[in-house]
Design a protein around this ligand. Structure first.
Ligand code: AMP
Length: 281
């Protein structure tokens, strides 16, 4: 396994691989790897001949006052995990390599980026689509893997790839959870023990909503009201959003159907966690 930090070297490796007829699979991350990331790498290993993992805490997707500085980082540990997962190349550039002085170009997907996380974090998706476009141009993968954990992000990436005719297959992967139900996230290490315990209300909320929908309680307002009560009962919880939306348009629904996804973003102290799941099926 090789760790590459410059765009020029990465593009050289990719052009060598392509000349040999190799298929490139790609998993973009911000590092501090956990089992969720590793499940993407495992599938990526099956999908391509050359597996590239990027590790880059992208400054342009963090807003003022967000956790860019506190975001956990440990490249040595990530490199060990990546090697055992069969990664061929880690692309881990510095911010100045990705955004050199005079940098001026951004990619903006309209519409679905204005809701949910986009409404709470203005400019977030502009940063995501910009960095992912750049990474796609640098790594030139035929296949890229993303997690359903970031449900809206995946929808935005699919829209961008479609609209900009990027010749890349996007594969969405299931949410990987801890044994007690908490969705794995690099940010979980920033929770206190008490907050970590309280955060279990997220997966419990998903289970409750599914149960209600399955017995025919499909009024979205009622489901949301029930969940709000139990989440607000957690002393450190502050709801950012809690919505039942159509899986493709991400527009809010009034009644649950087979396209309904519950999407949650909740702060526990300073740490903002997200989770989601389909309500029927
Ligand atoms: P991140 O490093 O948090 O930006 O995540 C990198 C990729 O891993 C994104 O496509 C995420 O959706 C995905 N991911 C993060 N957490 C999980 C999880 N618990 N299960 C599956 N995929 C995940």
């Amino acid at each position: 396994m090789e760790i590459v930090s410059t765009v020029a070297t990465m593009q050289q490796r990719v052009s060598d691989a392509r000349a040999k007829g190799q298929k490139i699979s790609f998993v973009p991350t911000m590092g501090y790897l956990h089992q969720g990331h590793l499940s993407l790498l495992e599938e990526g290993r099956k999908q391509g001949d050359l597996l590239v993992l990027s590790i880059f805490v992208n400054p342009t997707q963090f807003g003022q006052g967000e956790d860019f500085e506190e975001y956990p980082r440990d490249l040595d540990r990530d490199a060990e995990l990546a090697e055992t997962s069969g990664v061929d190349i880690i692309f881990a550039p510095m911010a100045s390599e990705m955004y050199p002085k005079g940098y001026a170009t951004y990619v903006d997907v309209e519409g679905i980026t204005e809701l949910l996380c986009g409404a709470s974090r203005p400019g977030h998706f502009r940063g995501v689509t910009t960095v992912v476009s750049k990474l796609f141009n640098i790594v030139q993968p035929q296949v890229a893997l993303f997690g359903n954990k970031d449900f809206q992000q995946l929808a935005v990436i699919r829209q961008m790839v479609f609209d900009l005719n990027m010749p890349i297959e996007i594969i969405g992967m299931p949410i990987f959870r801890e044994n007690d139900g908490l969705a794995m996230s690099s940010r979980n290490v920033n929770l206190s023990d008490e907050q970590r315990q309280q955060a279990l209300v997220l997966s419990r909320s998903l289970a409750t909503a599914k149960r209600l929908a399955s017995v025919g309680d499909i009024d979205c307002r009622e489901i949301i009201a029930t969940l709000k009560k139990s989440i607000s009962a957690q002393p450190d919880a502050r709801i950012d959003y809690l919505k039942i939306c159509h899986q493709r348009t991400l527009e809010e629904q009034t009644r649950v159907d087979s396209d309904s996804v519950l999407l949650l973003a909740v702060f526990f102290g300073k740490t903002r966690l997200i989770d989601n799941g389909f309500l029927l099926g």
